[in-house]
Ligand binder design. Structure first.
Ligand SMILES: [Zn+2]
Length: 338
């Protein structure tokens, strides 16, 4: 059966107001015919958000999640369709988006990603590539789901874009440049005007900056905004309207603007300004939800990008470590006694 695009828009418009007012973690949300969103439980399990599209002959899943996250949603997909899950798209290389690949492979799926994901894995997953233990091994110490699986880098790769189109659905995988990492893929559904962003755009205090570049990130979000999305499915946090992209960009821009004021100051001075910056952000309605415990680490990262020296501050380092741990599951956070 074919759905004309006007019907998509009508149904999407019908679905969304109710959807935004009752977004719920761990619950399947149908956001358009045969298009689904699932907000992962980051607090309890470090899970990312997922999406899936049911094509005529197969299912494409957005993000592999952690192995336990994959196991959480596979039965939910199977409850909706008996079509085979053929593709699992990693929006980027982080464990909470890509470590579940092996689970999807066991379902018969092929992990798909932008080339940059492989480059990032070569950099950080040194154990897999024959070097010293890398992030996988570090994460496996504290996550039984990771310990009982194995790293499976994506094998179907694209440089600029890749398109799935069976006449019924069109799904475009894009790359717009460096952002949260050096391999952030976006998933664009042009008929429904839905954009899945991975962690290049989140909806809450989940920005992890260490593997990306904030200057490039602003430009990458600008390119993504040109698509004109009506619905944003972020990497973490609830689904939202197109404005979520603007808000995410505003947070990164404001962070850069604030840090720029201190770019020539000593690390201690920048460090002691963090509370002031925080108070300022909290007064800004558009970005206040992006401000969390990791602000000191975020300020430090941008300061270093602008040529400053690291704070050499155990608290900022601990905060950054905690945020990294949060992105990789509560188990790691607990290990750090936070
Ligand atoms: Zn990430």
């Amino acid at each position: 059966m074919k759905f004309p695009s006007c019907r998509f828009l009508f149904v999407t418009a019908l679905f969304l107001p109710a959807l935004f007012s009752r977004a719920e973690v761990n619950k399947v949300e149908q956001i358009a015919p045969e298009v689904y969103f699932h907000e992962g439980d980051i607090q309890a399990h470090g899970h990312c958000n997922n999406g899936w599209i049911v094509f005529e002959d197969y299912v494409l899943v957005i993000d592999a999640n952690f192995p336990s996250g994959a196991q959480e949603i596979i039965p939910k997909i199977k409850a909706i369709t008996n079509k085979p899950i053929r593709f699992a798209f990693d929006t980027h290389h982080h464990g909470d988006h890509a470590y579940g690949n092996q689970i999807w492979v066991e379902q018969g799926a092929v992990p798909v990603a932008h080339m940059g994901v492989i480059e990032e894995m070569k950099k950080y997953e040194t154990g897999y590539y024959g070097g010293k233990p890398g992030r996988w091994e570090d994460t496996a110490k504290n996550r039984p789901d990771v310990a009982s699986s194995k790293l499976k880098p994506p094998t179907l790769l694209y440089n600029k874009d890749m398109i799935f189109d069976d006449g019924r659905h069109r799904v475009e995988l894009h790359y717009f440049g460096v952002a949260h990492t050096h391999g952030d893929g976006f998933v664009w559904l042009p008929k429904e005007r839905i954009l899945f962003t991975g962690d290049a755009c989140v909806n809450g205090p989940y920005n992890y900056l260490a593997d990306g570049d904030t200057g490039e990130w602003v430009k990458t979000l600008e390119a993504a905004k040109k698509l004109g999305a009506k619905v944003i499915c972020p990497g973490h946090g609830p689904i939202g309207t197109g404005e979520v992209l603007d808000d995410q960009q505003a947070f990164i821009m404001e962070l850069r603007k604030q840090v720029q004021n201190y770019a020539r100051r000593k690390p201690e001075e920048v460090k002691s300004a963090v509370d002031e910056i925080k108070a300022d952000f909290q007064r800004n309605e558009r970005i206040t939800r992006y401000v969390g415990n990791g602000l000191a680490g975020q300020v430090e990262k941008v300061y270093v990008e602008m040529g400053g020296k690291p704070f050499n501050n155990p608290q900022a380092a601990a905060d950054e470590h905690w945020r990294h741990a949060a992105a990789h599951g509560r188990e790691l956070a607990q290990r750090n006694g936070r």
